[in-house]
Design a protein around this ligand. Structure first.
Ligand SMILES: Nc1nc2c(ncn2[C@@H]2O[C@H](COP(=O)(O)OP(=O)(O)OP(=O)(O)O)[C@@H](O)[C@H]2O)c(=O)[nH]1
Ligand SMILES: [Mg+2]
Length: 307
């Protein structure tokens, strides 16, 4: 998991987002080398189509416009470099550093999100990552609604070679978390990752249940949950942004895991999520394999999107 490999994974998974964006930019320069209002409109359209969002698109276009006079010649290359810089800046400014995972034991990470966004898969990948950092990890199946939800997580636990704590179907998720955290403490686990049932951000009882889980967790481990990661599916584009908004209003989200970057042309959605909502993007899901989750890096992201 070195930097070079991470960057090639960035490039690979952003291929679908990068292709159309670069194609549009190339066509602008094929037609002529000077940038005018017409070309700006085309750049604007390209950025919007990549789901970068109107606010950041407007600000980037504004930045291009104000440097149009000072930059003697706009080439395809320096426009791309300009965009990389602007996009990296937009997502960087608000990103907080990942918390030190050593401060309390165990560190409790709660994973939330709507159905099918990739919660369970991301937990498997995260567990694998932490395990390879020599942390003792336990994953907890607090999704007690769906049959086989626990066995899906158990399979990931086996793959990642970490501990697993299951909950019987129909049991109160908060009670499962209660028992799991007690077990994790007596096992001296370093990190506990809790899987929850997918829920619609508009369904109040389910949102209340997350509060209950948090409350129970804090009674057993001080300060728990230390992180609440919201899992968002990048392929849903603007809808992911809407989910992020409502989840942050109801439960305290400390970070975002943005999944399925490899399966979408809407990879630009990260810009409004990180920039506009100020939510720190922690990890990106870039495939279905256990190694396909990597820490978010603003510069790698912007470069992979445009070069
Ligand atoms: N291509 C790709 N597929 C992914 C990624 N992350 C998850 N998936 C796939 O998305 C599907 C749903 O993943 P799950 O982990 O089951 O999602 P979930 O949020 O736990 O779903 P529920 O428990 O039903 O709410 C699976 O087929 C995963 O393989 C990713 O980064 N890239
Ligand atoms: Mg799941």
């Amino acid at each position: 998991m070195d930097k070079k490999n991470d960057f090639s994974l960035y490039r690979k998974s952003l291929k679908r987002s990068r292709g159309p964006l670069l194609g549009r930019i190339r066509r602008i320069f094929e037609a002529g080398t000077t940038l005018g209002e017409e070309q700006l409109e085309e750049i604007e359209e390209a950025l919007i189509l990549a789901d970068i969002g109107s606010r950041y698109t407007e600000s980037i276009i504004g930045n291009i416009r104000s440097s149009m006079t000072s930059t003697t010649e706009w080439t395809e290359e320096n426009l791309k470099a300009f965009l990389v810089e602007n996009i990296a800046e937009a997502v960087k400014s608000k990103v907080k550093l990942t918390r030190d995972l050593d401060t309390a034991t165990p560190q409790v990470i709660l994973i939330v999100g709507v159905n099918g966004t990739g919660k369970t898969t991301s937990i498997g990948k995260l567990a694998y990552r932490f395990n390879s950092m020599e942390r003792k990890v336990i994953v907890v199946a607090a999704d007690t609604y769906r049959a086989a939800a626990d066995s899906q997580l158990e399979i990931w636990a086996e793959r990642a070679q970490v501990g697993f704590f299951g909950g019987t179907q129909g049991r109160d998720p908060a009670a499962v978390v209660h028992d799991a955290l007690n077990a994790a403490r007596s096992d001296s686990a370093d990190i506990v990752i809790i899987d929850t049932a997918g829920r619609l951000h508009t369904k109040e009882p389910l949102m209340k249940e997350l509060e209950k889980i948090s409350k129970v967790a804090s009674r057993i481990v001080e300060g728990a949950p230390h992180e609440v990661f919201l899992v968002l599916d990048a392929t849903t584009g603007q809808n992911a942004l809407a989910q992020a908004k409502t989840f942050t209003e109801t439960v305290g989200i400390t970070g975002i895991i943005l999944t399925k970057m490899d399966g979408t042309a809407k990879g630009g959605i990260l810009v409004p999520i990180a920039g506009e909502l100020g939510l720190p993007v922690k990890f990106l899901g870039m495939g279905e394999g256990i190694g396909d989750l990597i820490p978010f890096d603003p510069v790698s992201y912007a470069e992979a999107l445009l070069s």
